[in-house]
Design a protein. Structure first.
Lengths: 160, 295
């Protein structure tokens, strides 16, 4: 039994002098264009033309939109969830090891013995709790990210 | 070597349209600059260059120190002498072993750590790895035990019914006992008999087999404890109780050991021992029968 996807005609994608094979019928033309923008940012407002070749293949051609100087910019889409995430992550302060105060105190006690360590028990456990909370928070972020639906990026995030 | 450009040109080749490339996790892109993953945070905060152990070791050291204070409040010098320069799990295990060896002067504990795994070591700092001395009658090979332990075990568990063969009589044809003689019902009578040393331990041994001495060290077997998982916790009252109970258990176990080691060198000596035990039980049995029928 064949499904609807299997019955779709083959496709070929073109941009400038480059030709790209069809990655699979499960990806829409818009998704592919979005993916290509990662490598060819000038396709930000690309025009899409489509025609059928004699063998039945659909040829999809992307081309740059030529804009007139002084023209109003194209309407900007709402920031995608990934952009929001990138913005939020960029705003995160630099990592500060919660154990630094522990080691700062203990390094004064070298050679450390059980007796001297015991005098810093409260400090040790307070920061162990902080570390635990931090680990828990990081795990929570990771789990949340894992639950995000896969989305092709419009742009490679800065620093990747 | 080619220096990577800040803005590497896209390579228009087969595969560029593979969305999976964009959707792959990015952690491996720059392994040298990746932030620590959560599993690493707690375990490997290595304070490089300080000579201090990793944080997870410090937490164990603190727990060990707490136990020293709890179990040996009068030995603060042990806390001062124990340095925490642990750089690997073997060092941690060695320090815990030293502590357990000291606990071993109070009562029996496993003081050797064979599996040097941090979780295994940590377990010993939360549950007391006691070595109970009781019989695991369903685990131990009875033939490996010293007489009269197997004799008494078979007398209790291998009698069968009137219609089935009596395994006990088959095993001990020269030392048979009446089918309905139950050693643990004769305890008071045996205690009242004027028995020579080391036969005076016979009631203790019978109680031990029945897990009824009322002393945990003697009533609980090691396998039963491991299977039940009821290891005692490190608490001051628990430690004090275990030490006190061990003081009571020691003379009983020594008496029992003397009985088990007595006349144990040759088959003839063992035979004589069994004869003595059988005669004692028979005497107690008939005495109790007489007492039961007398007005």
């Amino acid at each position: 039994m064949t499904n609807q996807v299997d019955n779709l005609p083959p496709r070929i994608f073109k941009y400038a002098d480059k030709t790209f094979p069809d990655p699979g019928p499960e990806y829409s033309v818009e998704q592919l264009l979005a993916h290509l923008r990662t490598f060819f940012p000038e396709l930000g407002h690309a025009k899409t033309e489509e025609r059928e070749l004699p063998d039945g293949t659909r040829e999809i051609t992307f081309s740059k939109q030529v804009t007139r100087k002084g023209a109003l910019p194209a309407p900007v889409a709402d920031p995608a969830a990934i952009d929001t995430l990138v913005t939020a992550l960029t705003a995160v302060p630099e990592y500060d090891n919660p154990l630094n105060p522990v080691y700062a105190a203990l390094v004064q006690e070298i050679p450390l013995t059980l007796h001297t360590l015991r005098q810093h028990t409260q400090l040790l456990h307070d920061h162990a709790d902080q570390l635990h909370d931090q680990t828990f928070a990081v795990n929570k972020v990771i789990l949340s990210c894992k639950r995000l639906a896969p989305t092709p990026l419009l742009h490679l995030p800065l620093g990747f | 070597m080619q220096t990577p450009r800040a803005d590497p040109p896209a390579a228009p080749a087969v595969g560029i349209l593979d969305p999976a490339a964009t959707l792959l996790p990015s952690a491996s892109f720059h392994p040298g600059t990746s932030p620590p993953t959560p599993s690493v945070i707690g375990n490997l905060h290595l304070p490089l260059g300080t000579g201090l152990p990793p944080f997870s070791f410090l937490l164990l050291a603190d727990r060990l120190a707490e136990l020293y204070e709890m179990v040996f409040p009068d030995q603060p010098e042990w806390l001062r002498a124990e340095t925490v320069q642990w750089q690997n799990e073997e060092d941690v295990a060695a320090a815990v072993e030293r502590f357990l060896q000291r606990v071993g002067t109070l009562f029996p504990v496993h003081d050797e750590i064979w599996d040097v795994d941090l979780e295994v070591v940590e377990w010993r700092l939360y549950e007391i790895p006691v070595i109970p001395m009781g019989i695991d009658e369903w685990y131990d090979g009875w033939d490996e035990l010293k007489e009269p332990l197997p004799y008494l075990l078979h007398a209790q568990y291998s009698r069968g019914s009137e219609d089935s063969p009596d395994e006990f009589t088959t095993l001990y044809p020269a030392h048979s006992l009446p089918r309905y003689l139950e050693p643990h019902r004769l305890l008071e009578t045996v205690r009242g008999m004027d028995l020579p040393e080391p036969l005076t331990a016979l009631p203790d041994l019978i109680l031990m087999l029945n897990h009824a001495t009322d002393n945990a060290w003697i009533d609980v077997g090691e396998m039963a404890l491991a299977e039940g998982g009821g290891y005692p916790q490190w608490r001051p009252d628990e430690v004090a109780w275990l030490a006190a109970e061990w003081q009571k258990a020691q003379p009983i176990l020594e008496r029992i050991d003397r009985l088990l080691d007595w006349q144990n060198d040759t088959p003839a000596a063992i035979d004589d021992k069994l004869t003595t035990v059988r005669d004692t039980l028979l005497a107690a049995y008939y005495h109790s029968q007489e007492t039961a029928v007398s007005p």
